[in-house]
Design a protein around this ligand. Structure first.
Ligand code: NAG
Ligand code: NAG
Ligand code: NAG
Length: 461
């Protein structure tokens, strides 16, 4: 929808910069850093709180940290089986054309590292401004570690602007030596895309209650279907007369070896209006799936690859159990299996941490947006199409308590055609605050994200 302010506004004017860069281009090309440090110990892991496998086999593992004061992301890439180099970068929606890339390549004798970009045909070019800065290269028994950093915004029009929300990371592996950067044929290499939220908010975890208990909602020994995409559904029943509790935290439990396949997971609570739900265990889109499972849609927990444990604020918890709440839960797991592994077993799920000592406030989930009707259909041939849903003054009067609500987290949601989403708070006819926005949204990457700043919303008076 709307871009969230122009972060490039502090950049020098385009023309001036081009003049300067033409002057430096020649020098820069020869200044690409030689990777020679092949000795060393593994860097201390705890500098990098976030980690994802980039490829389905986990040959490339990315860790990173974010510094808001410096507006910089530090990346650590572990290449478990280094060959003749690799490409790592970012692009609007994960394409290899018009991408911003850090490239490590070897001609068989020496290795080089450089900041590059690809044009609309996918041809690579050395960037006139070297914004991926290589800090370290270590060879260890686990593989080659590369540490480099990148500013969120670089003022280079060829560079990707790192924003809040989803970032499509792209990678490629060079299996043969290459003469030069320009000689890399980007269509002929082993490559892929991984989506992450790079700019994680800097929020420290609140203290947890001492009487906390845990419950694992896990699919029991599922054989992951040998197809690219599977949504697996598994029903769980809470114990009889399970009293009201507050969920205060949850985290993923991923079966070892499946870290690159378990793409996202959600736990839903079923509607209290039905006394029972069938114990289904199978693909969510199967004809065998009982229709009643469609009434299990109240989100209790949602996790996506790259996300860490989710903590509720100290003063609030998400209620479950007790009268008026269904004892049936539905676990949904998205398996992303592009290499079509066969016979892989999985028992992943989500571990809920909950307490009987109810916190002062109930956390709740408010769903905003549009209802699905043919009126919302996108006409054919549109390059872009904006849909808006409103919770108007009448809606806030009904939906919100008199003291208002405090939004601390948000999950954006669309079906397959969604590309950008934003939730905006308006008051008196003017847009006041962006609650959550994603300019590179993908329906394949839906997670609950903590907001950097709590947004308060009050019922209309
Ligand atoms: C996170 O915030 C704390 C203060 O709340 C600050 O001291 C720290 O430097 C921040 N860390 C990062 C990585 O920005
Ligand atoms: C990020 O990692 C780099 C490299 O290890 C380290 O120098 C830096 O202090 C870390 N920054 C934060 C905010 O953790
Ligand atoms: C690059 O690789 C693709 C796919 O293998 C091939 O079709 C194309 O001709 C190659 N381009 C060049 C310039 O070699």
């Amino acid at each position: 929808m709307q871009s969230t302010g122009n972060k490039r506004s502090s950049c020098p004017s385009f023309r001036l910069r081009e003049v300067a860069s033409m002057y430096f281009t020649m020098i820069m090309v020869f200044l690409v850093i030689l990777v020679v440090a092949l000795q060393g110990t593994a860097p201390r892991e705890n500098y990098f709180p976030y980690k994802v496998p980039l490829d389905p086999q986990s040959f490339l593992e990315l860790s990173w940290n974010v510094s808001y004061p410096e507006q910089v992301v530090h990346f650590q890439l572990l290449v478990k089986e280094p060959k003749f180099g690799l490409l790592f970068g970012m692009s609007d929606r994960g394409e290899f054309e018009n991408a911003d890339l850090a490239v490590l390549w070897s001609d068989g004798h020496s290795s080089y590292f450089g900041d590059a970009w690809s044009d609309e045909k996918g041809q690579l070019h050395m960037d006139s401004q070297q914004n991926y800065q290589l800090l370290k290269a270590h060879r260890t028994p686990e593989g080659l570690y590369l540490v480099f950093k990148r500013a969120f915004s670089t003022c280079d029009p060829k560079d990707y602007l790192i924003e809040d929300g989803t970032v499509h990371l792209i990678y490629g592996i060079l299996e043969k030596p290459v003469r030069s950067l320009q000689a890399i044929n980007i269509s002929a290499i082993h490559r892929g895309v991984q989506r992450v939220q790079l700019l994680k908010p800097n929020i420290s975890a609140p203290e947890l209650p001492r009487d906390m208990k845990t419950m694992e909602v896990r699919a029991p020994d599922v054989v992951i279907p040998s197809q690219e995409t599977t949504y697996w559904c598994y029903m769980v029943e809470l114990p009889d007369s399970f009293p009201r509790h507050h969920i205060v935290m949850y985290e993923p439990v991923i079966t070892a070896g499946n870290e690159a396949i378990v793409h996202h997971m959600e736990v839903f609570q079923c509607a209290a209006e039905f006394d029972s739900f069938p114990h289904y265990n199978g693909p969510c889109d199967s004809k065998m799936k009982p229709d009643r499972l469609n009434y299990c849609r109240h989100v209790l927990a949602a996790w996506a690859m790259g996300a860490q444990a989710f903590y509720y604020p100290e003063e609030a918890g998400l209620a479950f159990g007790g009268p008026g709440s269904s004892k049936y839960l539905r676990l949904e797991i998205h398996y992303h299996n592009p290499l079509v592994f066969k016979g892989r077993h999985d028992s992943s799920g989500i571990r809920l941490y909950y307490t009987a000592t109810l916190r002062r406030y109930d956390a709740g989930i408010m769903e905003l947006g549009l209802v699905y009707t043919p009126v919302m259909a996108i006409p054919p041939g549109e390059a872009g199409f904006l849909l808006k849903g409103y919770c108007t003054d009448k809606c806030t009067q009904v939906a919100l308590p008199p003291a208002g609500i405090h939004i601390f987290a948000s999950q954006l949601h669309t079906h397959l055609t969604g590309r950008k989403v934003a939730t905006i708070l308006s008051r008196e006819g003017r847009e006041r605050e962006v609650v959550n926005a994603d300019n590179h949204y993908s329906p394949h990457f839906q997670e609950i994200r903590m907001l950097k700043k709590v947004v308060s919303v009050f019922p209309s008076t």
